[in-house]
Design a protein around this ligand. Structure first.
Ligand code: ATP
Ligand code: MG
Ligand code: MG
Length: 432
């Protein structure tokens, strides 16, 4: 008899339908790439369940076991509603989602069955669909900052006509801005994929060929000496009023061919005064938006030491990866969870280390081009530099972000850079 009971217990334990996250708060996440994966890595020890809407076995799904994941596209209204029905809150790891359906869910809710009764379920959505919709259109995003009543410097910009009028419109941009200027897709771009540098009138035809089918705008060239980024945590009262914007340290971001390759904390050869100004400006920018969560503010540092806003990302960001190890008590991922769930957020974000460097592992010419680099990260132990490898388990393709390495030290960022030279050299080699 006893044996039988044990066997029954064993069978029950193996039941696939068991809810291993029963009772845990569920955040439904649109998108399951590496940002979602690192969000799950932060959520797991906190007992927060993440239901991910993306392809089967997407990087984030691999990092969190739940029976609430949804298979499908984060642009598919039906699947988004399905996710909403099984979530206590909704959030995103990518801004290119269907915001019409998010607006609909906020206003009308989704039907769910509880004890045989159909009730309307309204999971709070953070950040707000308003913010996502605005940020999706890079041109409107910056028009909003311009008219926000705050002093938010942006590059001069003009909308570019589509179709046959594009050429005249480009001529107008060339006249107004001079050359070079940047032609950008208003929507859907990432890692610089929607950008075209226009050096002269001779480039117009090629620019139209490259981007001409998309809604476009042109931006005056920003002659920056450096690019900086600041992550900000935005919190709100329960009635939706802005509570606080808390900034992480400013970092220096290096973009090569428009894709972020390296991040330095603190920025090299930038005064503390400028870093403080960058943080202040970032909180101003984020205060004009809606909803809770972490946000990235990308900016240019110009020759005259002034700052200019490039764009905002309404989610954890590549420039904030370093916080996993450098601000471990409140990484950008933990901050996203705390902000979305309205849990306490610190009002100061102080790194536990003096300096940090984040190196992106981008796919190289061959599927194994990055193996030397990951191997070096696995085998390096140094009294003065800690090495943290993150692989996303994504298929390697040229220039695709497939992992990153964070280095931390209790020395100046320049000294850390010198120590990190073998890593930096390999990162540069993969790109050649
Ligand atoms: P992300 O992956 O950050 O979302 P994205 O595709 O949205 O990138 P942007 O941030 O608009 O692209 O631009 C990518 C990079 O191109 C910038 O980080 C900067 O290096 C360069 N860039 C963009 N706009 C300008 C400009 N007006 N003048 C000079 N360089 C620019
Ligand atoms: Mg962008
Ligand atoms: Mg950008």
């Amino acid at each position: 008899e006893e044996g039988q009971e044990e066997e029954e217990g064993g069978e029950e334990g193996e039941d696939d339908d068991d809810d291993m996250n029963e009772g845990n708060t569920v955040i439904g996440l649109l998108g399951g790439g590496q940002l979602g994966r690192m969000l799950c890595e932060a959520a797991n020890p906190l007992g927060i369940d993440i239901a991910i809407l993306d392809e089967h076995n997407a990087p984030a799904k691999q990092a969190h076991n739940t029976n609430r994941h949804v298979v499908g596209s984060f642009k598919d209204p039906g699947r988004i509603k399905e996710l909403a029905a099984r979530s206590d809150y909704l959030s995103v790891e990518i801004e290119h989602v269907d915001t019409e359906v998010l607006e609909d869910i906020e206003k009308n809710g989704v039907p769910v069955e509880i004890n045989g009764e159909i009730v309307t379920h309204r999971p709070p959505i953070h950040p707000s669909w308003r913010t996502l919709r605005l940020i999706q259109d890079k041109y409107l995003q910056k028009e909003h900052f311009k008219s926000s009543g705050k002093t938010i410097p942006i590059a001069e910009q003009i909308a570019i006509e589509s179709g046959d009028a594009a050429l005249d419109s480009l001529k107008k941009a060339g006249k107004q801005f001079g050359f070079p200027f940047m032609l950008k897709a208003r929507k859907g771009s990432y890692d610089g994929r929607g950008n075209f540098k226009v050096d002269s009138e001779d480039d117009f035809a090629e620019a139209i060929k490259a981007l001409g089918t998309l809604p476009l705008y042109a931006e005056k060239w920003a002659p920056f000496v450096k690019e900086l980024a600041v992550m900000v945590i935005r919190t709100e009262d329960s009635d939706g009023k802005l509570k606080n914007c808390v900034a992480y340290p400013a970092v220096e971001t290096i973009h090569e061919d428009s894709i972020c390759t390296k991040v330095f904390m603190p920025p090299r050869d930038v005064s503390e005064d400028i870093c403080e100004k960058a943080r202040k400006l970032a909180t101003e920018v984020i205060s004009t938006l809606w909803g809770r969560g972490v946000f990235a503010v990308e900016m240019f540092l110009l020759e005259d030491a002034s700052l200019m806003i490039n764009e905002v990302a309404p989610r954890p960001h590549n420039s904030g990866h370093y916080t996993i190890e450098a601000v471990p008590y409140m990484s950008q991922y933990k901050a996203q969870l705390h902000a979305v769930l309205d849990l306490p957020v610190p009002d100061k974000l102080i790194p536990r280390v003096q300096s940090s460097i984040m190196l992106n592992i981008l796919g190289g010419a061959k599927p194994d081009s990055h193996h030397h680099l990951s191997g070096l990260a696995r085998s390096t132990y140094d009294d003065d530099m800690d090495v943290y490898l993150h692989l996303y388990n994504k298929e390697s393709k040229p220039s695709r972000k497939i992992g990153h390495i964070t280095l931390t030290g209790f020395c100046s960022v320049q000294e850390l850079e010198a120590k990190a030279k073998p890593f930096i050299d390999l990162v540069d080699q993969i790109r050649l």
